[in-house]
Design a binder for this molecule. Structure first.
Ligand SMILES: Cc1cc2nc3c(=O)[nH]c(=O)nc-3n(C[C@H](O)[C@H](O)[C@H](O)COP(=O)(O)OP(=O)(O)OC[C@H]3O[C@@H](n4cnc5c(N)ncnc54)[C@H](O)[C@@H]3O)c2cc1C
Length: 505
């Protein structure tokens, strides 16, 4: 009997963040028997706490990381075409300031950024007179000149959910709230799982450790690999305030400490501000922004916007931890450690292999998944890479046809208002019809929890592994910002009742 016959799965992936779900999708589409194991909710780790930029990273250009920047820039339009509902082009305003980066340096950097970017859709960079441009209006009068350039912006947590959904539709088994506690390595892997306190066992030919910031813990304590994993943890925080400007561009501000801070339009009525970057030690459960980080971000944007903000204006804040592949033994500053990913395959004669994923960006997850399968190609007979040209669920429409889809949605469900239609199309694309079904009147989709319908909640619980109200409010959507306390309580109650009546997907 071959080890393939003795194992339940070809590939068991630990971690339901963007990298784990991206690998699961790619592998399932190539015919592998895939098991994805996530200890909490999908995207509940770093992959819902990013700045959500689909970008090359201007500051990585400054560090000379040309290959990383070029690959990430190229990936922008690939992802935009794959998921035109989740990802949108965004213009960024970079005000020129006297200081470390002269206007000429910025101009050269942006020229390089455009040149490396293999753009077909996104417009190029240009200088802007801020005294006559909409992006100049909310800024302090002293900023008179700036540069505008393109990147994309996307919904990180929904990107995770849709990769998982696509993987499942291609045959993968997705298990959330399932923690891998221990693993025995023979010619196949035997994984011990904790599912709500109950012990289960699964076997697989190959394990992928895609546990994000937990990668070192999983490596040392679950898989019990020899040697210290070369990983550095860096924390970054964001704050959300009521909107500070009323247009669709984002801002990239150069801070006095040479760091940069973004201010981005967010969830309709809000502005997202981030991020900090500091070494992280301590427990990864419940990572949150510190009071100092909140103050730092407020002060950073107060240098630019006319309307000053303080911690009292913050309506929501979140923090995430990156696992950086660090070969400097902790000597480099967090911002100097590469954001590139690193894949390490441990294969030994007679024992089942493990592939460890270090680092990465939301932007490069699809490339990372392709590379991961490339590393495993000698174990399996794999079809060729396929993900670059295949839309994610609901993304089967042209990247610039979103307004048409919103108009169609309003025609099909006339009881929705325009903001609701936009939100639904942005979240579900062509699958809005699976969410709203044949509802003819508002009550048909109800009960409603503010702008959230029971129809949508049922869909998320049945098809997208949402189990608790936070899964819906903060990851499948950002409606946590819109619902009142009473609406949130009613939602939690509804979800409890619905899960008692039905079994999870
Ligand atoms: C502040 C900040 C801002 C960022 N901004 C951007 C950006 O703008 N653009 C960009 O491209 N990238 C950005 N990134 C990088 C990006 O967010 C990360 O590279 C990416 O989310 C990492 O995904 P992951 O799947 O590796 O990790 P995670 O999303 O953390 O997923 C790992 C998962 O593994 C699970 N897990 C751990 N242990 C176990 C176990 N024993 N059993 C089962 N499951 C387990 C965890 O619960 C977790 O959900 C940012 C990162 C940070 C921190």
């Amino acid at each position: 009997m071959s080890n393939g016959d003795r194992a339940d799965y070809d590939l068991a992936i630990i971690g339901g963040g963007i990298n784990g779900t991206g690998i699961a999708r790619d592998a399932a589409g190539r015919g592998l028997r895939v098991l994805l194991l996530e200890q909490n909710d999908l995207g509940s780790g770093t992959s819902s706490a990013s700045t959500k930029l689909i970008h090359g990273g201007l500051r990585y250009l400054e560090k000379g990381a040309l290959r990383l920047v070029r690959e990430a820039l190229t990936e922008r339009e690939v992802l935009l075409r794959m998921a035109p509902h989740l990802i949108r082009p965004m213009r960024f305003m970079l005000p020129a300031i006297p200081g470390p980066r002269s206007p000429i340096m910025l101009r050269i950097g942006l020229f390089l950024y455009d040149w490396l970017g293999a753009r077909k859709i996104l417009p190029g960079a240009r200088g802007v007179d801020l005294t006559h441009h909409v992006t100049g209006q909310p800024l302090l009068r002293k900023y008179r000149y700036g540069f505008e350039y393109s990147d994309c912006w996307g919904d990180d947590a929904r990107l995770v959910a849709l990769n998982a959904l696509d993987a499942a539709e291609r045959g993968a088994t997705i298990r959330t709230r399932t923690r891998v506690t221990r693993a025995e390595r023979e010619d196949v892997w035997k994984l011990i799982l904790n599912v709500g306190g109950l012990r289960e066992v699964a076997t697989a030919r190959v394990v992928v450790n895609a546990a994000g910031p937990w990668v070192g813990i999983v490596s040392e304590t679950v898989l019990r690999m020899a040697g210290r994993p070369p990983v550095r943890l860096a924390k970054g925080s964001h704050i959300v305030v009521r909107k500070l400007f009323d247009h669709h561009s984002g801002y990239i501000f150069q801070n006095t400490d040479k760091r940069i801070v973004f201010a981005l339009p967010f969830a309709g009525d809000f502005t997202l501000i981030g991020t900090t970057d500091e070494n992280f030690v301590g427990s990864l459960d419940g990572v949150a922004p510190s009071a100092e980080e909140v103050l730092y971000l407020c002060r950073a944007v107060n240098e630019f916007f006319r309307e000053p903000i303080g911690p009292e204006h913050v309506v929501w804040a979140f923090a995430g931890v990156r696992a950086l592949h660090d070969t400097s033994n902790g000597h480099d500053a967090p911002e100097d450690v590469t954001r590139d990913y690193h894949l390490e395959l441990d294969e030994r004669y007679g024992t089942a292999p493990v592939l460890t994923v270090y680092g990465g960006k939301i932007t490069t997850y699809r490339r990372l998944a392709e590379d991961a399968l490339g590393k495993l190609s000698h174990f399996f007979h794999l079809h060729r890479g396929w993900t670059a040209k295949t839309p994610l669920p609901g993304g089967d429409f042209l990247w610039d046809a979103i307004e048409t889809r919103v108009a169609q949605t309003l025609r099909a469900w006339p009881f929705l208002d325009e903001a609701e239609a936009w939100r639904l199309v942005r979240a579900y694309g062509t699958r809005v019809e699976r969410v709203m079904g044949d509802a003819k009147r508002r009550e048909d989709a109800g009960p409603w929890f503010g702008p959230l319908s029971a129809a949508e909640v049922r869909y998320l619980m049945t098809h997208e592994w949402a189990r608790l109200s936070d899964d819906v409010l903060w990851r499948r959507s950002k409606l946590g910002l819109a619902l009142s306390k009473a609406e949130k309580d009613a939602l939690a109650q509804f979800m409890l009742q619905f899960s008692a009546q039905s079994s999870p997907p």
